[in-house]
Design a protein around this ligand. Sequence first.
Ligand code: DC
Length: 237
Amino acid sequence: MRVKKQIGKKRIIIAIDGPAASGKSTTARRVAQQLGYIYIDTGAMYRSVTLKALQQGLLDDLRRSPESVSDLIKDIAIRFDGDRVFLNGSDVSSEIRDNRVSREVSFISSLKPVRDRLREMQQELGRERGVVMDGRDIGTVVFPDAELKIFLVAEPRERAKRRYAELIAKCPDGGELPDLDELEDEIRKRDREDAEREHAPLKKHVEAHEIDTSDLTIERQVDIVYNLALDIQKDGR
Ligand code: DC
Protein backbone atom coordinates (compact mmCIF):
# COMPACT_ATOMS: atom_id res chain seq x y z
CA MET A 1 0.00 0.00 0.00
CA ARG A 2 1.34 3.37 -1.07
CA VAL A 3 1.20 5.87 1.79
CA LYS A 4 2.46 9.29 0.85
CA LYS A 5 2.03 11.73 3.70
CA GLN A 6 1.52 15.14 2.20
CA ILE A 7 3.66 16.93 4.76
CA GLY A 8 3.77 20.68 4.21
CA LYS A 9 1.20 20.46 1.40
CA LYS A 10 -2.11 22.24 1.53
CA ARG A 11 -4.63 19.99 3.27
CA ILE A 12 -7.85 19.82 1.31
CA ILE A 13 -11.34 18.39 1.67
CA ILE A 14 -12.34 15.64 -0.73
CA ALA A 15 -16.11 15.13 -0.97
CA ILE A 16 -17.23 11.85 -2.53
CA ASP A 17 -20.95 11.52 -3.19
CA GLY A 18 -23.01 9.00 -5.11
CA PRO A 19 -25.69 6.34 -4.81
CA ALA A 20 -25.49 3.15 -2.72
CA ALA A 21 -22.74 0.68 -3.68
CA SER A 22 -21.17 2.99 -6.26
CA GLY A 23 -17.74 2.38 -4.68
CA LYS A 24 -17.62 5.48 -2.47
CA SER A 25 -16.41 4.00 0.79
CA THR A 26 -13.67 1.77 -0.64
CA THR A 27 -12.39 4.60 -2.82
CA ALA A 28 -12.61 7.18 -0.02
CA ARG A 29 -10.88 4.92 2.53
CA ARG A 30 -7.96 4.12 0.20
CA VAL A 31 -7.48 7.69 -1.03
CA ALA A 32 -7.45 8.85 2.62
CA GLN A 33 -4.81 6.22 3.46
CA GLN A 34 -2.62 7.25 0.54
CA LEU A 35 -2.80 10.94 1.43
CA GLY A 36 -2.48 10.42 5.20
CA TYR A 37 -5.95 11.99 5.61
CA ILE A 38 -8.82 10.91 7.83
CA TYR A 39 -11.79 9.14 6.30
CA ILE A 40 -15.34 9.89 7.46
CA ASP A 41 -18.19 7.61 6.36
CA THR A 42 -21.27 9.82 6.81
CA GLY A 43 -23.61 6.97 5.80
CA ALA A 44 -22.42 5.23 8.99
CA MET A 45 -23.58 8.28 10.95
CA TYR A 46 -27.10 8.13 9.44
CA ARG A 47 -27.10 4.39 10.05
CA SER A 48 -26.13 4.93 13.71
CA VAL A 49 -29.03 7.34 14.26
CA THR A 50 -31.34 4.80 12.57
CA LEU A 51 -30.07 2.06 14.89
CA LYS A 52 -30.81 4.30 17.87
CA ALA A 53 -34.38 4.85 16.58
CA LEU A 54 -34.84 1.06 16.27
CA GLN A 55 -33.33 0.36 19.69
CA GLN A 56 -35.59 2.94 21.34
CA GLY A 57 -38.68 1.80 19.41
CA LEU A 58 -39.19 5.31 18.01
CA LEU A 59 -39.99 4.52 14.38
CA ASP A 60 -43.79 4.38 14.64
CA ASP A 61 -43.85 7.61 16.69
CA LEU A 62 -41.59 9.30 14.17
CA ARG A 63 -43.81 8.29 11.27
CA ARG A 64 -46.92 9.55 13.10
CA SER A 65 -45.49 12.75 14.55
CA PRO A 66 -42.14 13.94 13.28
CA GLU A 67 -41.81 16.25 16.34
CA SER A 68 -40.67 13.26 18.39
CA VAL A 69 -37.40 13.49 16.46
CA SER A 70 -35.99 15.64 19.29
CA ASP A 71 -35.92 12.50 21.48
CA LEU A 72 -33.84 10.82 18.83
CA ILE A 73 -31.19 13.48 18.29
CA LYS A 74 -30.64 14.62 21.83
CA ASP A 75 -27.62 13.03 23.52
CA ILE A 76 -26.21 11.51 20.39
CA ALA A 77 -22.45 11.05 20.20
CA ILE A 78 -20.83 9.35 17.22
CA ARG A 79 -17.12 8.65 17.15
CA PHE A 80 -14.87 6.96 14.58
CA ASP A 81 -11.82 4.95 15.53
CA GLY A 82 -10.20 3.65 12.35
CA ASP A 83 -12.87 1.49 10.74
CA ARG A 84 -14.95 1.20 13.92
CA VAL A 85 -18.00 3.38 14.64
CA PHE A 86 -19.08 4.11 18.22
CA LEU A 87 -22.56 5.30 19.13
CA ASN A 88 -22.67 6.76 22.65
CA GLY A 89 -19.63 4.67 23.56
CA SER A 90 -20.81 1.31 22.09
CA ASP A 91 -19.17 -0.24 19.05
CA VAL A 92 -22.02 -0.48 16.50
CA SER A 93 -19.85 -1.14 13.41
CA SER A 94 -21.56 -4.42 12.46
CA GLU A 95 -25.08 -3.70 13.71
CA ILE A 96 -25.42 -0.60 11.53
CA ARG A 97 -24.98 -2.84 8.44
CA ASP A 98 -28.00 -5.03 9.35
CA ASN A 99 -30.78 -5.17 6.79
CA ARG A 100 -33.33 -3.72 9.21
CA VAL A 101 -31.12 -0.60 9.48
CA SER A 102 -30.68 -0.45 5.67
CA ARG A 103 -34.46 -0.60 5.23
CA GLU A 104 -35.17 2.35 7.55
CA VAL A 105 -32.17 4.59 6.96
CA SER A 106 -33.68 6.50 4.02
CA PHE A 107 -36.65 7.49 6.17
CA ILE A 108 -34.49 8.63 9.10
CA SER A 109 -32.15 10.54 6.81
CA SER A 110 -35.10 12.42 5.26
CA LEU A 111 -35.84 14.14 8.62
CA LYS A 112 -34.52 17.70 8.63
CA PRO A 113 -33.54 17.89 12.34
CA VAL A 114 -31.49 14.70 11.90
CA ARG A 115 -29.73 16.17 8.86
CA ASP A 116 -29.09 19.49 10.62
CA ARG A 117 -27.54 17.75 13.63
CA LEU A 118 -25.35 15.42 11.56
CA ARG A 119 -24.28 18.21 9.21
CA GLU A 120 -22.95 20.16 12.22
CA MET A 121 -21.06 17.09 13.45
CA GLN A 122 -19.61 16.47 9.97
CA GLN A 123 -18.49 20.08 9.56
CA GLU A 124 -16.79 19.88 12.95
CA LEU A 125 -15.03 16.62 11.95
CA GLY A 126 -13.68 18.31 8.80
CA ARG A 127 -12.81 21.63 10.41
CA GLU A 128 -9.06 21.05 10.18
CA ARG A 129 -9.37 19.76 6.59
CA GLY A 130 -7.20 16.85 5.45
CA VAL A 131 -10.31 14.70 5.23
CA VAL A 132 -12.04 12.45 2.71
CA MET A 133 -15.76 12.36 3.45
CA ASP A 134 -18.29 10.24 1.57
CA GLY A 135 -22.07 10.42 1.49
CA ARG A 136 -24.91 11.91 -0.53
CA ASP A 137 -24.70 15.66 0.15
CA ILE A 138 -21.07 16.31 1.09
CA GLY A 139 -20.16 18.37 -1.99
CA THR A 140 -23.56 20.06 -2.22
CA VAL A 141 -24.42 20.86 1.43
CA VAL A 142 -21.85 19.83 4.05
CA PHE A 143 -18.70 21.15 2.32
CA PRO A 144 -19.72 23.07 -0.80
CA ASP A 145 -16.23 24.64 -0.60
CA ALA A 146 -14.50 21.23 -0.81
CA GLU A 147 -11.52 21.63 -3.14
CA LEU A 148 -12.23 18.28 -4.80
CA LYS A 149 -15.75 16.99 -5.40
CA ILE A 150 -16.37 13.57 -6.86
CA PHE A 151 -19.67 12.01 -7.92
CA LEU A 152 -19.44 8.25 -8.35
CA VAL A 153 -22.08 6.36 -10.31
CA ALA A 154 -22.49 2.77 -11.54
CA GLU A 155 -25.20 0.70 -13.21
CA PRO A 156 -27.78 -0.63 -10.69
CA ARG A 157 -27.13 -4.25 -11.76
CA GLU A 158 -23.40 -3.84 -11.19
CA ARG A 159 -24.07 -2.26 -7.77
CA ALA A 160 -26.38 -5.16 -6.85
CA LYS A 161 -23.58 -7.62 -7.77
CA ARG A 162 -21.17 -5.75 -5.49
CA ARG A 163 -23.64 -5.85 -2.58
CA TYR A 164 -24.18 -9.56 -3.23
CA ALA A 165 -20.43 -10.23 -3.12
CA GLU A 166 -20.20 -8.32 0.18
CA LEU A 167 -23.04 -10.36 1.68
CA ILE A 168 -21.51 -13.65 0.53
CA ALA A 169 -18.19 -12.62 2.07
CA LYS A 170 -19.96 -11.94 5.38
CA CYS A 171 -22.07 -15.10 5.27
CA PRO A 172 -20.14 -17.76 3.27
CA ASP A 173 -22.71 -20.56 3.87
CA GLY A 174 -25.30 -18.64 1.84
CA GLY A 175 -27.76 -18.34 4.76
CA GLU A 176 -30.83 -16.26 3.95
CA LEU A 177 -29.30 -14.21 1.17
CA PRO A 178 -31.55 -12.09 -1.04
CA ASP A 179 -31.11 -12.79 -4.76
CA LEU A 180 -29.66 -10.34 -7.27
CA ASP A 181 -33.05 -9.11 -8.50
CA GLU A 182 -34.17 -8.31 -4.95
CA LEU A 183 -30.92 -6.48 -4.25
CA GLU A 184 -31.24 -4.48 -7.47
CA ASP A 185 -34.83 -3.53 -6.55
CA GLU A 186 -33.71 -2.40 -3.08
CA ILE A 187 -30.89 -0.34 -4.58
CA ARG A 188 -33.23 1.33 -7.11
CA LYS A 189 -35.74 2.08 -4.32
CA ARG A 190 -33.05 3.66 -2.11
CA ASP A 191 -31.73 5.70 -5.08
CA ARG A 192 -35.23 7.06 -5.63
CA GLU A 193 -35.78 7.86 -1.95
CA ASP A 194 -32.36 9.53 -1.57
CA ALA A 195 -32.74 11.57 -4.77
CA GLU A 196 -36.37 12.62 -4.29
CA ARG A 197 -36.33 13.67 -0.64
CA GLU A 198 -36.97 17.31 0.20
CA HIS A 199 -33.86 18.04 2.28
CA ALA A 200 -30.36 17.65 0.83
CA PRO A 201 -31.29 15.13 -1.88
CA LEU A 202 -28.62 13.12 -3.64
CA LYS A 203 -27.47 15.20 -6.58
CA LYS A 204 -24.29 16.03 -8.41
CA HIS A 205 -22.67 19.41 -7.68
CA VAL A 206 -21.95 21.30 -10.92
CA GLU A 207 -18.23 21.26 -10.12
CA ALA A 208 -18.10 17.56 -9.26
CA HIS A 209 -16.11 15.14 -11.40
CA GLU A 210 -18.51 12.35 -12.37
CA ILE A 211 -16.88 8.93 -12.55
CA ASP A 212 -18.78 5.87 -13.76
CA THR A 213 -17.26 2.92 -11.89
CA SER A 214 -19.30 0.18 -13.64
CA ASP A 215 -16.27 -1.04 -15.59
CA LEU A 216 -13.47 0.26 -13.40
CA THR A 217 -11.34 -1.70 -10.97
CA ILE A 218 -11.03 -0.32 -7.44
CA GLU A 219 -7.35 0.43 -8.13
CA ARG A 220 -8.27 2.54 -11.15
CA GLN A 221 -10.99 4.48 -9.25
CA VAL A 222 -8.57 5.19 -6.43
CA ASP A 223 -5.85 6.32 -8.86
CA ILE A 224 -8.19 8.74 -10.65
CA VAL A 225 -9.28 10.42 -7.41
CA TYR A 226 -5.78 10.38 -5.91
CA ASN A 227 -4.28 12.03 -9.00
CA LEU A 228 -6.99 14.70 -9.05
CA ALA A 229 -6.15 15.45 -5.40
CA LEU A 230 -2.41 15.67 -6.16
CA ASP A 231 -3.09 18.10 -9.03
CA ILE A 232 -5.08 20.38 -6.74
CA GLN A 233 -2.40 20.29 -4.06
CA LYS A 234 0.27 21.03 -6.68
CA ASP A 235 -1.64 24.02 -8.02
CA GLY A 236 -2.12 25.23 -4.45
CA ARG A 237 -5.77 25.73 -5.41
O1 DC B 1 -23.69 5.13 2.19
P1 DC B 1 -24.73 4.26 2.92
O2 DC B 1 -25.47 3.33 2.00
O3 DC B 1 -24.19 3.57 4.13
O4 DC B 1 -25.81 5.35 3.46
C1 DC B 1 -26.95 4.96 4.14
C2 DC B 1 -28.06 5.97 3.93
O5 DC B 1 -27.76 7.17 4.63
C3 DC B 1 -28.37 6.38 2.49
O6 DC B 1 -29.40 5.59 1.94
C4 DC B 1 -28.81 7.81 2.61
C5 DC B 1 -28.27 8.29 3.92
N1 DC B 1 -27.18 9.27 3.76
C6 DC B 1 -27.55 10.57 3.58
O7 DC B 1 -28.74 10.86 3.49
N2 DC B 1 -26.61 11.54 3.52
C7 DC B 1 -25.31 11.23 3.61
N3 DC B 1 -24.39 12.20 3.56
C8 DC B 1 -24.90 9.88 3.78
C9 DC B 1 -25.88 8.90 3.82
